[in-house]
Write a new protein. Sequence first.
Length: 94
Amino acid sequence: MASPKSNRMVKLCAAQDTEVADAACQAFVEGVAGATAFYGAAQQMTLPFCIPATTTSAELVAVYRDYLDDNHALRQFSAAALAISAFRARFPCE
């Protein structure tokens, strides 16, 4: 389950209504992607997703927002877990 703060991030990213919300969502998804990649490398683990190096921050936000739109029932879970699930669905490692 998600914490209230996590649910606020989901709502913020889903809203798409202000530049501040967009910037916060962009920073969030970049943080999730970067932290997951760092942890995977540090622990010598296989990553749950493989984001191409040419992917922009705006594309990561779009992937996350699309996932939120398509999976309303999952919004009860943590914002970070939802981001990882979105990236795994869109950028599978092959």
